[in-house]
Design a protein around this ligand. Structure first.
Ligand code: 13P
Length: 256
């Protein structure tokens, strides 16, 4: 492995979180991170967009804005316009986000997002000055058919735009079957996919060695250290276990 890339530990709250309880959990996490900051990791929380502004205000109030960055969970490709219900990358940024998760398998499944539409969104994130966390991952059927590597290669090649740099883009490998299931691939299976992604990126992109490739799918306090200790794993994208400070804090610590 090349020189150690700084870890990125991101929490994806998905469609969970209301103002009062959400604020309380973020406050707890911020206080823990202020007391004992993980030195080698960037920490990001991606709440529902409704909470970006209040969370940004809270982090500033607590003096924790440098310890926890905020991210969105999706954005539209356009800057503004007649797109009812959508949010632009500029709006996320305006509300306090510095990151945005794009191409998550739940969006690909629920909203029919294609590699091409995800690519447009990554371009939009870069245009707005956000770091894109670009998700790829195979379904159980694709893995059983021996297609896992081919699927993630196709997704990455189809959705990574020319504007991508290591500073504005991270990749998250999230096998669809590992999300919310309590199942994870074996260590060698994860390393194989991460190495294949990096090799695919290296074939067309000078920055490939610097880009962070995260693992996501049933990351918990009990398995975080082992997952983050794998070669080529530069961080984690955490769903359920990011919803409480009690569970997310040890994962953030395992990354540091
Ligand atoms: P879980 O950690 O709940 O499996 O979710 C993973 C995920 O989808 C993060 O984006």
């Amino acid at each position: 492995m090349a020189g150690r890339r700084r870890r990125l530990i991101a929490g994806n709250w998905k469609m969970n979180g209301l103002f009062g309880p959400g604020r309380a959990e973020l406050g707890k996490l911020a206080r823990k991170l202020l007391a004992a900051p993980p030195r080698g990791a960037d920490i990001v929380i991606c709440p529902p967009a409704t909470l970006l502004r209040p969370f940004s205000d809270l982090l500033r109030e607590l003096g924790a804005a440098r310890r926890i960055a905020l991210g969105g969970q999706d954005c539209h490709g356009a800057e503004s316009g007649a797109h009812t219900g959508d949010l632009s990358a500029e709006m996320l940024r305006d509300a306090g986000a510095r990151y945005v998760i794009l191409g998550h398998s739940e969006r690909r499944a629920d909203h029919g997002e294609s590699d091409a539409s995800v690519r447009d969104k990554v371009v939009a994130a870069h245009r707005a000055g956000l770091t894109a966390i670009l998700c790829v991952g195979e379904t159980a059927a694709e893995r059983e058919a021996g297609q896992a590597l081919a699927v993630v290669r196709r997704q990455i090649l189809g959705s990574l735009p020319e504007s991508a740099e290591a500073a504005n883009t991270a990749i998250a490998y999230e096998p669809v079957w590992a999300i919310g299931s309590g199942k994870t691939p074996t260590g060698p299976e994860i390393v194989e996919v991460h190495a294949a992604l990096r090799a695919t990126l290296a074939a067309r992109w000078q920055e490939a060695e610097k880009v962070r490739i995260l693992y996501g799918g049933s990351v918990k306090p009990g398995n975080a250290a082992a997952l983050l200790g794998l070669a080529e794993v530069d961080g984690a994208l955490v769903g359920g276990a990011s919803l409480t400070a009690a569970e997310f804090w040890p994962i953030a610590g395992a990354g540091g």
